[in-house]
Design a protein around this ligand. Structure first.
Ligand code: AGP
Length: 609
């Protein structure tokens, strides 16, 4: 939520900041702004709406000359998305400008204190207290002012600070919000995410919570919260520039759907060696930990939670271990039964989701071991966990996750087969069959894309349905949950997913002539049951679009239309099954003229509770 970027070096800062903000726009896009230092003066320009408005207002950056600056793209929490509430925020005397991602929980008390001391507030944001604190504590020593200010703040913050008195200098401070330093030659950067850095440098420093850094064109010095310098090694980012570009596609979402075969290959293949699943470099350590595990709790939000739902079916079926799946924002509010024999599996694309972080902390406090499935290297969730399995999906820019979700499923496939073998629950033959099935998933996913050229046409046909239902049983149900979320978040159509057998217990009252029901029927063992549920809604006039196995003719005895999924082991069906539904959601949103990559009210990484 919110993206920040900073630059100091020999180039004009504004165009670089605008470019960085475009890369971070998926983090929030209701307003944006930049501030630049020039000849001892700070100047800033802000604009509500998307970054394009800011680009126009700054004449592509030409309106704000200078070699050191900061920028921000906002997802509003405190105060409406107006120009005034947009960041940067400036001190009353114009000496400081700051950008902030996070939430200052004690801002009300600080605001009162600062108002009593005569500081004038211009915005409704929690952030503005920070800039006045800096102003209050500054006596010519930026480091001291930053330390005093940070000591007063409660909450989460990634902060960028610009001071009129300190030519060429930037300050970056991190507490529970992502912040990465980019190490260049004669220039240095900071940003919320590596996507804003990779076109300039692949050398980065991951700050720890409580640390802050001073950046000049030649140097970066990192300090702990007491002001003691700390040394950090420079890491090399593996993502390349093209990964964060649209590459000829109309939208990042479509590009990311099409990238899934490659992302799955990158996630799966390095983990299968000589026909055996290997959990990266912690295979042996995790084996010892897993020997004591009596129950598994999977926790996550949104699509990652839906991946967890698939994981439950997989793990329970293969490993015979009790698995609970809990929405991360609820887990800690229900006194969960978690102890030192519990394995907590946290799933998160961004690795920064505040609710998932809180759930992990809750689990750790109760003695659980934490294994996380994360896409972003060095993210907070990765750092908090005992074991991390990275999904190698590459940067995911579209707010609606696609390759992030399917690579999470691939890791859950690998993990559950690994665990089942560990428990001695698989014959050698079944193990080999599942490993082969997992290795085939990239190809099956490509087949799923190729099999369904009719998705665009079906989207046109059903785009006017303002309310629809997804039904399915078992794994089909779990996939339906994700398909429904995909559709509603980008096309704004009301949709709900139901366990197919549950519909008749109330919700069937909403089925009326013409209502679209998407029926997922890819599991042979449950096909007849789901067909009965299809008949029930057809009898009430619903239109049915089914998702069925390639070659299934019987589906057309009831369904009006169908999408097809290639034959796969039933336990591994979720990945190829979601693909045509991702495409369906994409084409419905496109047909309805929706803002696909940046749907209203959403942000990619939800760093507030
Ligand atoms: C999915 O399309 C959403 N953008 C959202 O539900 C997302 O999956 C959720 O916020 C969790 O994010 P995470 O995977 O980064 O933790």
């Amino acid at each position: 939520m919110c993206g920040i970027v900073g630059y100091t070096g020999g180039q004009e800062a504004s165009p670089l900041l605008l470019d960085g903000l475009k890369k971070l726009e998926y983090r929030g896009y209701d307003s944006a702004g930049i501030a630049v230092q020039n000849d001892g003066v700070l100047r800033m320009i802000k604009a509500s709406g998307q970054i394009a408005n800011l680009v126009e207002k700054t004449d592509g950056g030409a309106a704000l000359p200078g070699f050191t600056g900061i920028g921000h793209t906002r997802w509003a929490t405190h105060g409406a998305p107006t120009d005034t509430n947009a960041h940067p925020h400036m001190s009353n005397d114009g000496k400081f400008a700051i950008v902030h991602n996070g939430i200052i929980e004690n801002y009300a008390a600080l605001r009162q204190e600062l108002t009593d001391r005569g500081f004038v507030f211009r915005s409704e944001t929690d952030t503005e207290v920070i800039v006045h604190l800096l102003d209050m504590y500054y006596r010519g020593d930026l480091k001291a002012a930053v330390m005093h200010t940070a000591a007063r703040l409660e909450g989460s913050y990634a902060l960028g600070v610009l001071c009129a008195d300190q030519p060429g200098k930037l300050c970056a401070i991190k507490m529970a919000s992502p912040l990465i330093l980019g190490v260049g030659v004669g220039e240095n950067f900071f940003a919320s995410d590596v996507t804003a850095l990779v076109s300039h440098t692949k050398n980065v420093i991951y700050l720890e919570d409580g640390e802050f850094a001073e950046l000049t064109p030649e140097n970066i010095t990192v300090y702990d919260c007491t002001g003691k310098p700390v040394s950090h090694s420079v890491s090399r980012v593996v993502w390349d520039v093209e990964a964060a570009e649209k590459g000829g596609y109309d939208h990042f979402m479509l590009k990311e759907i099409m990238e899934q075969p490659r992302a799955l290959k990158a996630t799966i293949e390095p983990r299968i060696r000589n026909g055996r699943i290997v959990l990266d470099d912690f295979d042996d350590a995790f084996r010892v930990c897993f020997a004591d595990v009596r129950r598994i709790v999977i926790t996550a939000c949104g699509s990652a939670y839906h991946a967890g739902m698939v994981g439950r079916y997989l793990i329970e079926s293969l490993c015979r271990v009790n698995v609970e799946v809990d929405v991360a924002s609820e887990l800690r509010y229900r006194d969960p039964i978690i102890d030192d024999q519990t394995l907590l599996i946290a799933v998160s694309q961004s690795g920064e989701t505040a609710d998932t972080i809180a759930a992990i902390k809750e689990g750790k406090n109760r003695g659980a071991k934490v294994l996380s499935i994360v896409n972003v290297v060095g993210s907070t969730i990765a750092k908090l966990s005992d074991y991390v399995i990275y999904t190698w999906a590459g940067p995911e820019i579209a707010v609606a996750t696609t390759k992030g979700y399917t690579t999470q499923l691939a890791v859950l496939d690998l993990l559950s087969v690994w665990m089942a073998r560990e428990r001695g629950l698989l014959t050698g033959e079944r193990y080999d069959e599942l490993v082969k099935g997992i290795l085939a998933l990239p190809e099956r996913t490509q087949r799923s894309i190729d099999l369904n050229p009719q998705t665009g046409y079906l989207a046109e046909r059903y785009r006017d349905n303002t309310s629809l239902f997804f039904i399915g049983r078992n794994m089909d149900y779990a996939v339906g949950l994700e398909a429904s979320l995909k559709l509603k978040e980008i096309s704004y159509l009301h949709s709900e997913a139901y366990a197919a057998g549950e519909l008749k217990h109330g919700t069937i009252a909403l089925i009326e002539p013409g209502r679209l029901v998407v029926a997922l029927a890819c599991l042979d063992s449950l096909f007849d049951k789901t067909m009965s549920n299809i008949k029930e809604v057809k009898a009430r006039g619903a239109k049915v679009m089914a998702v069925a196995r390639e070659g299934s003719r019987r589906i057309f005895t009831e369904a009006d239309d169908a999408l097809f999924v290639p034959a796969t082991d039933p336990l591994l069906t979720a990945i190829p099954e979601i693909v045509p539904l991702q495409l369906f959601a994409y084409y419905v949103a496109k047909a309805n003229g929706c803002e696909i990559d940046k749907p209203r009210n959403l942000a990619k990484s939800v760093t507030v509770e």
